[in-house]
Design a protein. Structure first.
Length: 564
């Protein structure tokens, strides 16, 4: 019975809605409304259904009588507009009569008679379906902005009337002037008629402006203050839509946390979560987990709005999903490449090297935000996966360096700068020079200087020149004496602990000297005294020459007389 009472109440509202239209006279409207009120009262008192049927039959009789009256009037009238109005009224009455007949049958039979009606084959139109889904959201936006739009329309009308009124006043003034100067009676009569028309136009504009001003003032008078309106709107929001939104967010968070717990249990126990390089099945599981979590979260939000029967929020959620789908339409190829990367089967793979910002990196993890590392710089970057789309990685060779030096190592650049690296990054390199000065390079400029790393062992080569008087001893005896003397001095100064190898050889015949070369290899820990060792070797060479009475030649200048 509740179902039928609901149908009948719906029917009452339907009839009341049409009763407000000009189909019935005032007396008939009162009678019908009285009948409807009596019937509704009986429904509330839970009287037997025959009483309800009597009320519907009585109302049906009244509608039929009105249709007959309208049809009689239709035969007697000759006005086209009145015929059109009568036809429209008859159409409305026919519709009401049809509805009362269906409701009468529903209550009398106590079954849904629509089950026996011949169903029309409906053709699916996806555009209409989408419009029906997003219509509540658009209607809500229109409702929210309705008052503002009405005020804007009224202000535009007032502004338009203000523009037109001076022209109408000018027209009236000019016509009056012509009437005063006219001597022709027929022309004066015509101008007076024209004056009446323009006076009416002027008055009409003034009246419309006055009405628009009144409407605007009434709207502004009914409006609450901004603070009161804000407080009221906030309270209403959190009682209805705000509560539903918070519920949807809470349920979404619970779903995400629950799925994350399941994900961690499965990943750690079965899928090699602790492996440094994640296997393919783990990557596939990770991607599927993310997609499933997103879909389930969206479905839960839609279900919350559906259960709450808040069609506006449901419409907004659907609009959001449609917008998201539309945005993804043009990014499907890009997403396919990203999926391949995340599954570690793309052009860039985990554990391999790539070049980024002019510096090599090793790919640690590929995800929506991927992790790359430069071990020599000691830097790990988190970059979006989009950056990896146009790159290609290669297998990492353990012997391949990631940077010419590491922190606190000493380097010599091609511009003769020698310093200790005190700050390294993919952006800037700072070198501490002797004396405490700091020299800063952009990393690209630093690399272009071909840095020579001294902190991983290095060689010093110094040239020692003797005169041609020692040509009998320069290839054998003198190199041995120089070696012995320098080794002796190395032990005296304690430099023998950092010396790896010392060798003196005859190098070449110069224009005025015989040249020796001293080659000394040192440990990288002595990189900070690189120049000091060079100076010591030169000093010891001079001391050896003094001790052995070797002649160090001066450069000779030869003048050639070419004649006249």
């Amino acid at each position: 019975m509740r179902f039928f009472k609901f149908l009948f109440i719906f029917y009452l509202f339907f009839v009341i809605a049409f009763a407000s239209s000009p189909v019935f006279s005032q007396e008939e409207e009162l009678n019908i409304n009285s009948a409807l009120e009596t019937t509704a009262q009986k429904l509330n008192e839970q009287e037997p259904s025959p009483e309800i049927l009597k009320s519907i039959a009585s109302l049906r009789k009244t509608i039929i009588e009105r249709i007959i009256e309208k049809q009689k009037l239709l035969k007697t009238t000759s006005s086209a507009s009145e015929i059109s109005n009568l036809n429209e009224e008859i159409k409305i009455l026919d519709k009401q009569l049809h509805e009362t007949q269906k409701d009468f049958e529903r209550i009398a039979t106590q079954i849904d008679i629509s089950l026996f009606a011949e169903k029309k084959e409906e053709q699916f139109d996806w555009k209409n379906e989408i419009v029906s889904l997003i219509e509540p959201g658009i209607s809500e936006l229109k409702r929210i902005t309705e008052k503002s739009r009405q005020k804007s329309v009224l202000k535009d009308e007032i502004e338009r009337f203000d523009e037109l009124l001076p022209y109408a006043e000018t027209a009236v003034k000019n016509i009056k002037n012509l009437i005063q100067t006219s001597e022709d009676k027929s022309l004066t009569d015509y101008l007076e008629n024209l004056l009446k028309n323009w006076t009416g136009i002027k008055k009409q504009i003034e009246n419309k402006k006055h009405i628009a001003n009144l409407k605007l003032k009434q709207m502004e008078a009914k409006e609450k203050s901004f603070v009161d309106a804000t407080q009221s709107n906030v309270k209403n929001f959190f009682k209805t839509k705000g509560l539903f939104i918070l519920t949807a967010i809470a349920i979404s968070i619970m779903i995400v946390l629950f799925l994350r717990l399941i994900h961690n249990l499965i990943a750690k126990k079965f899928l090699g979560y602790d492996n440094e390089q994640k296997p393919f099945h783990y990557k596939a599981f990770e991607l599927g987990y993310r997609v499933f979590t997103f879909l389930l979260t969206m479905i839960s939000i839609i279900l919350v709005f559906y259960v709450a029967q808040d069609w506006t929020l449901l419409s907004f959620a659907i609009i959001f999903l449609l917008g998201l789908a539309w945005g993804l339409k043009n990014t499907i190829p890009k997403m396919f490449k990203q999926t391949k990367l995340m599954l570690n089967v793309g052009a860039v793979r985990e554990g391999e090297r790539i070049n980024y910002l002019g510096v090599p990196w090793i790919v640690q993890d590929i995800n929506f935000y991927s992790k790359i590392e430069n071990p020599d710089l000691g830097i790990t970057l988190r970059i979006p996966i989009e950056i990896l789309l146009d790159k290609v990685s290669r297998p990492n060779n353990p012997d391949d360096p990631f940077f010419p030096c590491r922190l606190n190592e000493w380097v010599i650049l091609s511009d003769k700068t020698r310093g200790q690296a005190v700050s390294l990054s993919h952006e800037m390199v700072k070198l501490a020079l002797r004396g405490g000065a700091i020299k800063t390079y952009q990393t690209s400029n630093f690399l272009s200087q071909s840095p020579l790393n001294l902190s991983r062992n290095y060689r010093i080569k110094e040239t020692f020149c003797l005169s041609y008087n020692h040509q009998n001893e320069i290839t054998d005896k003198i190199p041995n004496l120089v070696d012995d003397y320098i080794n002796k001095k190395m032990k005296e100064t304690g430099y023998d602990k950092i010396l790896l190898k010392l060798e003196t050889e005859f190098q070449n015949i110069g224009s005025s000297s015989l040249d020796l070369v001293i080659k000394a290899d040192f440990k990288g820990e002595a990189a900070d005294i690189y120049n000091k060792l060079r100076r010591h070797i030169q000093k010891w060479c001079v001391e050896a020459s003094i001790k052995n009475n070797w002649e160090i030649p001066f450069p000779q200048l030869t003048i050639h007389n070419l004649g006249n």
